[in-house]
Design a protein around this ligand. Structure first.
Ligand code: AMP
Ligand code: ZN
Ligand code: FE
Ligand code: FE
Length: 277
């Protein structure tokens, strides 16, 4: 079993890079991809321990992009070589826009009666915090009962305090990933749209732009979703990827490797096929 989608405390997961590697080793994962939002710091920090333990660690990244009027995540996997200096420089722009969004979001929360200071977020949220850290602090302070409630009432795209972040276009991100030697996969297509015709049309266009794979198996996908996305990938000649989207305590119902209530199980052959592209 492998897991191609996991986050560390260098973005919005709660496990440090070493603790994540130790967990992956202890549950006998055959390979783990660290796919932090906007950063390779988690992968870079995890690599020495992974090498020491003999865990196959893969370098990935998850980028929030703009596709038409939607915010769509895109995953890059660097299976053959390091993404390189140019790509690593490009992602500093993403990090800056995240910090800027966080500043505006904290101001908006304050205007809605939720007081979390920037210092606190920096202290408790790690170097590149996201909305899950804000949700956690909001829960600790008693503003909400759960992380999910923080999203539903304040942080979700449809909620009162949502701040639209400056995002690179899907096309630019795809090009940057490919130029850096990466393989691009569309994670959790269920979050893009639940409309079957719309997702088919979108993924067809994305494939023509250079998308290599879609994430068929994910902790938010039902059994039917997995079948639908697997068929979509087959129909369009795309490879598949899969993973839990593990965030540790920030998404407590999701386990590394197995997802939510064991709804994720990715065989090693998925990685072999991805490598053969
Ligand atoms: P950010 O990158 O800071 O905008 O935050 C994105 C993170 O928040 C991702 O890990 C998402 O899975 C999580 N997230 C976004 N919307 C929701 C939601 N409605 N409920 C729970 N988690 C969410
Ligand atoms: Zn995340
Ligand atoms: Fe995502
Ligand atoms: Fe993710």
């Amino acid at each position: 079993m492998i897991d191609l989608h996991a986050h560390t405390s260098e973005s919005d997961g709660s496990f440090s890079p070493s603790d994540l590697v130790a967990l992956a080793h202890s549950i006998r994962l055959e390979a783990l991809a660290i796919t932090d939002h906007d950063t390779f710091a988690g992968f870079d920090l995890a690599k020495p321990l992974a090498d020491q333990l003999g865990l196959e660690l893969l370098c990935g990244i998850e980028v929030s992009t703009k596709y038409e009027d939607k915010s769509v995540h895109l995953m890059g996997y660097f299976l053959r070589s390091d993404p390189g200096e140019e790509f690593r420089n490009w992602i500093t722009k993403l990090q800056n826009s995240r910090h800027e969004r966080n500043r505006l979001l904290l101001d908006t929360l304050k205007a809605h009666g939720v007081e979390i200071s920037a210092e606190e977020l920096a202290q408790r949220g790690g170097p590149l915090p996201g909305r899950p850290q804000m949700a956690m602090l909001m829960m600790e302070r008693g503003y909400v009962q759960s992380i999910q409630q923080a999203f539903d009432d304040y942080l979700d795209e449809s909620a009162s305090c949502y701040i639209q972040r400056e995002e690179p276009s899907f096309a630019e991100t795809l090009e940057k990933i490919r130029d850096a030697g990466g393989v691009a996969s569309l994670p959790h297509p269920c979050r893009v749209t639940r409309d079957a015709k719309e997702i088919t049309d979108m993924v067809t266009t994305m494939r023509d732009m250079g998308l290599a794979a879609i994430e068929t198996c994910h902790s938010e996908h039902s059994v039917d979703d997995v079948l639908i996305y697997t068929e979509l990938a087959r129909h369009l000649g795309l490879a598949v990827t899969g993973g839990s989207d593990f965030h540790g305590a920030r998404k407590p119902a999701i386990e590394l490797g197995t997802g939510r209530n064991k709804n994720v199980c990715i065989p090693y052959s998925v990685l072999e096929q991805l490598r053969s592209i």
